[in-house]
Design a protein around this ligand. Structure first.
Ligand SMILES: [Zn+2]
Ligand SMILES: [Zn+2]
Length: 383
C-alpha cells in the first residue's frame, strides 16, 4: 500500500513515468515550430513575388487613369489628340516630322501617344507615391485575410489546410497566389494556429519592408512591360479608322476601325501636301479636295483613264469609299504649312508653286498661332 502510494504520488517517479510523453510533446513542439517557420517563409516568398507583380499592374492602371484625366493631349477624343499633334508639329517646325505625320499617320499617332505618356510621367513624378500606396493597400488586404482565416479556423478548431483555404479565398482575384502552390507546406504538424498567425504576420512585415526598399529604386523602365500595355489601351481608345483621303492623305475621322459607310473628314488639305501636280506640269496643286469635287477638273489615273472630279467615285476603290462633299471648308493651318514649307515641298516633290499652283498672298500672311487658334476654337465649340 505504502509502496503503491509512493509510486503514485512521488513526483520523481511520476515524472519519470511521463518522461516519454513529455519528450514526444517537446519533440512535436520543436517540429511544429520549425514547420511554422518554414511555412511562413514559404508563404512570404510567394507573397513577395505576387505583391510585386500586382503592385506593378495596379500602378500602370493608375498611370493610365491619370493620363486619361489630366494629360491634355490624351484626356479627350481623337480630334483633340490630333489638335495636340498639329500644335506640337507647328512648334517643332520640322518638315521631316510633318512628312512622317502626313504619310504615316498611324505610326505618328502611336509614337506621339507613347512619348506623351513617358514625358508626362517624367514631369509628374508620381511613380513612387503610386507604388507605395498600392503596396500599403495590399498589406491591408493581406492582414485582413490573415485575421479572417485565423478567426474562422480557430472558431471550429480547423487545421492549417482550412487556414490556407480561407486565406486564399479572402484574397479573391487581387493577387496571383495559387492555392495549389501552397500544398507543399500544409503540414498537419502545425497545430498552433495562433503561432502560425504571428509568424505569417511577421513574415509579411518583412516582405512589405523589402518591397518598399525595392520601390524606392524603381524607375519607369522597370515597369516598361506594363506601360506598353497601357499605351496599347490608350492607342486603341484614341484611334479609329486609319483610311487616308486618296488625294490629300487627311485621315478619316470615324472613331470605329472598319466602320460601315463612307470614310470622311471635315477638313481636307491642299493637295500639294502629298506632292500632287497639275496634269503635264510640275506645278503643285494648292486646291483642296472639297473644291476640286465641285470643279470641272479631272482625276488623271492614266493617259487613257481620266475621271471628272465631280464623279470621283467612278475611279473605284479607294475613291469610291470616300464621301467628299463640295464646300469651301479649309483650315488656315494647312495654308500656313504650305506657305511656310514652300521650299521644302518644292524640293521634296521636284515641283513648283507656280502657274495654277501659285500660293495665294493671304496664305503667306497667316501666323501659326492664328492657324492653331482656329482649330482650338473648333474643338471648344464641338465639345
Ligand atoms: Zn482630301
Ligand atoms: Zn473611315
Amino acid at each position: 500500500m505504502h509502496q503503491a502510494f509512493r509510486k503514485a504520488s512521488d513526483p520523481v517517479i511520476y515524472l519519470g513515468k511521463k518522461r516519454d510523453d513529455y519528450f514526444k510533446t517537446f519533440q512535436t513542439f520543436c517540429q511544429g515550430a520549425t514547420t511554422v517557420a518554414i511555412f511562413a517563409d514559404f508563404l512570404a516568398s510567394k507573397l513577395q513575388t505576387a505583391i510585386h507583380q500586382a503592385v506593378y499592374t495596379k500602378v500602370c492602371l493608375d498611370i493610365a487613369d491619370l493620363m486619361q484625366n489630366n494629360c491634355q493631349a490624351l484626356n479627350g477624343n481623337r480630334e483633340k489628340l490630333e489638335f495636340h499633334i498639329l500644335k506640337e508639329l507647328a512648334a517643332k517646325q520640322n518638315f521631316q516630322a510633318f512628312q512622317m505625320y502626313i504619310n504615316f499617320p498611324k505610326q505618328y499617332f502611336e509614337e506621339f501617344i507613347t512619348n506623351s505618356v513617358y514625358s508626362y510621367c517624367k514631369e509628374n513624378d508620381n511613380l513612387k507615391t503610386f507604388l507605395n500606396t498600392r503596396l500599403r493597400g495590399f498589406q491591408c488586404l493581406l492582414l485582413k485575410a490573415i485575421a479572417t482565416a485565423t478567426s474562422k479556423t480557430k472558431d471550429i478548431g480547423g487545421s492549417v489546410v482550412m487556414w490556407l483555404d480561407e486565406f486564399c479565398s479572402q484574397l479573391g482575384g487581387e493577387l496571383q497566389l495559387g492555392r495549389q502552390e501552397l500544398k507543399a507546406v500544409e503540414h498537419q504538424e502545425i497545430k498552433d494556429i495562433g503561432f502560425l498567425t504571428e509568424s505569417v504576420t511577421k513574415a509579411l512585415e518583412n516582405v512589405v519592408e523589402s518591397l518598399s526598399k525595392d520601390f524606392q529604386k524603381t524607375s519607369l523602365k522597370d515597369i516598361e512591360h506594363g506601360m506598353s500595355n497601357i499605351i496599347d489601351i490608350l492607342i486603341e481608345q484614341l484611334c479609329g479608322c486609319w483610311e487616308k483621303c486618296p488625294f490629300c492623305n487627311a485621315v478619316c475621322t470615324n472613331t470605329i476601325p472598319g466602320h460601315d459607310g463612307d470614310h470622311s473628314v471635315p477638313f481636307h488639305r491642299p493637295q500639294a501636301v502629298t506632292g500632287t501636280t497639275w496634269y503635264k506640269t510640275n506645278y503643285l496643286v494648292t486646291d483642296i479636295c472639297t473644291s476640286l469635287v465641285a470643279s470641272d477638273c479631272s482625276i488623271v489615273l492614266s493617259e487613257s483613264n481620266k475621271i471628272p472630279y465631280k464623279r470621283y467615285r467612278d475611279a473605284g476603290i479607294p475613291y469610291s469609299q470616300w464621301s467628299i462633299t463640295a464646300d469651301n471648308s479649309s483650315l488656315k493651318y494647312w495654308q500656313w504649312y504650305v506657305a511656310y514649307f514652300r521650299e521644302n515641298l518644292e524640293s521634296s516633290y521636284k515641283s513648283k508653286f507656280e502657274g495654277r499652283g501659285n500660293i495665294p498672298d493671304t496664305w503667306t500672311k497667316i501666323k501659326k498661332e492664328e492657324a492653331l487658334s482656329e482649330i482650338g476654337k473648333r474643338l471648344t465649340s464641338n465639345s
